[in-house]
Design a protein around this ligand. Structure first.
Ligand SMILES: *Cc1c(COP(=O)(O)O)cnc(C)c1O
Length: 509
């Protein structure tokens, strides 16, 4: 195999080769130690322990010395973009900074080496972490009971929907098979409700960007199981009629599901229980500073009111005296929904974040996140960008622009996003929410400094000017990235995520 110099820095269209392409047969930098004679004397020759048909006869490992391995992975790391690289205004994703102290705690030996089958007596510290996290989430949201099992926001929604279903069935209300969801909701809401067996009833958004109350009133009835509501909604607007909405649903016998994936705007300012919420999920990997993206692990804690606690998944984490334990005695549980107890390593990071930041810190996080979003929105409006909905009122943690007016120059939201990449900035969420044409959904979070926000909006200003003067130049973006424009449909539908190692197995050597 020929050794190829990585060429991504020189030419745009050439990808960094994989280690298998870089490797040279026979080359290497590792010496494999001889087996320890003491161990062999105890267990015998390992060669004899492994059945013949399970032995690998040949393996095609890349031949590389350590410097080349180190350089390869450093190059890959440099090609990556994360919250530690720069601004990351990916709306609805709350790409906030992940404090290094929390990472250190989560990777310490005391928690890293725990095995899920360890007896609970030996796992008291991790149980305590999870118990305390539940308590902190309870005090933030006003919902008294929590499960930390769901591995993502969407799984939390599914759990919540199953709980709502179980509650109605328990009360003999079999006819409650309709889940109301605003059209601005995250796509996972519709999927979760449908997976839990509900018929999805959509309600439109008013010109203010909030739920159309009259339309809602028209669909509420005796088949209503509940509503799945996001507040602030995905347009970054607070549903100020929330109390009227929850009264309407409750008096019809339905329950309020709250999509709390992004709680950043209201932390410490308003509790979900005060909005009439019965069940909610919170994303640890957005609001609570655990890293995500790239398909990394998540955790979607689900909180419920006193009325719904008997339906939570088992086991629950409880405390008796000084001892923490798993409670499997939950009479009407919807069952177990995740192996072991959830993504505990993610939970540790959120626990550490909350412990470090405290109640006052949380309020400050919210205020700065909201201030940053309003500041950025105002600047962008000054530069000519259009706010999709609710431009007369302040936004919360995020806002949605519509770039439809650039179409007259032949420029689309996608082109503007690609141009941001050339300026070293991660583009925002585009084409979501679906109700906004040429949507540009921006969430600066509390992590960006004033200078960083100014830099981002300045880049947006320049791109807008370029769009009007030389739209063809925008169509050529990105030029400074390792790849240019991908076939995004193909990349989504047929991703190639592995390198096929063809291991040739021969009958005998
Ligand atoms: C991210 C998000 C979800 C889903 O969370 P996942 O962890 O990605 O499954 C649900 N609702 C909203 C509003 C979100 O932003």
């Amino acid at each position: 195999m020929k050794f190829r110099q990585a060429t991504w820095r020189k030419s745009n269209e050439v990808l960094e080769p994989t280690v298998f392409e870089l490797g040279v047969l026979g080359r290497g930098g590792t010496k494999i130690a001889e087996p320890d004679p003491d161990i062999i004397s105890i267990v015998g020759e390992t060669d004899e322990l492994i059945p013949e048909n399970m032995k690998r006869k040949e393996i095609n490992l890349p031949g590389m010395a350590e410097p080349q391995v180190a350089r390869h992975f450093s190059r890959l790391a440099q090609m990556n973009y994360g919250v530690d690289s720069g601004s990351y205004w990916l709306g609805s994703c709350t790409m906030k900074y992940n404090p290094k102290a929390a990472m250190r705690i989560a990777s310490s030996d005391r928690v890293r080496r725990l095995h899920p089958f360890i007896p609970t007596e030996a796992a008291q510290h991790i149980l305590r972490i999870m118990y305390e996290l539940q308590e902190m989430l309870s005090s933030i949201t006003g919902l008294p009971h929590y499960t930390l099992q769901p591995a993502a926001g969407a799984q939390g929604e599914f759990v919540g929907a199953l709980i709502i279903r179980a509650k109605h069935l328990d009360e003999g209300e079999r006819q409650r098979d309709e889940m109301i969801i605003p059209v601005s909701a995250h796509g996972s809401n519709f999927a979760s409700a449908a997976m839990a067996g509900f018929r999805v009833i959509k309600v439109p958004t008013s010109s203010e960007g909030t739920i159309d109350i009259d339309a809602l009133r028209a669909v509420v009835g005796e088949r209503t199981a509940g509503i799945m509501i996001t507040n602030p909604n995905t347009l970054g607007i607070f549903e100020s009629d929330i109390l009227e909405i929850s009264d309407l649903i409750h008096s019809a016998g339905g329950l309020i599901y709250y999509d709390g994936a992004n709680l950043n705007a209201i932390l410490g300012w308003v509790r979900l229980s005060d909005m009439g919420v019965d069940v909610a999920h919170l994303n640890m990997h957005k609001t609570f500073a655990a890293p995500h993206g790239g398909g990394g692990p998540g955790a979607g804690a689900v909180g419920v009111t006193e009325d719904l606690k008997d339906f939570l998944p088992v086991p629950l984490i409880k405390k008796s005296g000084n001892k923490f334990y798993f409670d499997y005695n939950v009479p009407k549980t919807i069952g177990k929904i995740r192996t072991f107890y959830g993504n505990s390593e993610v939970l540790i990071k959120s626990w550490a974040y909350l412990k470090m930041i405290g109640t006052e810190g949380l309020r400050k996080v919210s205020s700065i996140a909201v201030l940053n979003a309003n500041y950025a929105r105002r600047k962008l409006v000054d530069y000519g960008y259009k706010v999709a909905y609710g431009k007369e009122r302040p936004c919360k943690h995020e806002f949605v622009l519509t770039l439809e007016d650039l179409k007259e120059y032949g420029v689309r939201a996608l082109d503007v996003a690609k141009a941001l990449i050339d300026r070293g900035l991660h583009p925002p969420t585009i084409y979501f929410p679906l109700i906004v044409k040429e949507a540009f959904m921006m969430e600066p979070t509390e992590s960006d400094s004033l200078e960083e926000i100014d830099e981002y909006v300045k880049a947006m200003k320049e791109i807008r000017e370029l769009a009007m003067e030389d739209s063809e130049a925008l169509k050529r973006a990105p030029k400074n990235s390792s790849v240019r424009r991908l076939d995004e449909t193909l990349a989504n539908r047929k991703p190639i995520l592995t390198w096929r190692m063809y291991i040739k197995l021969k009958a005998s050597r």
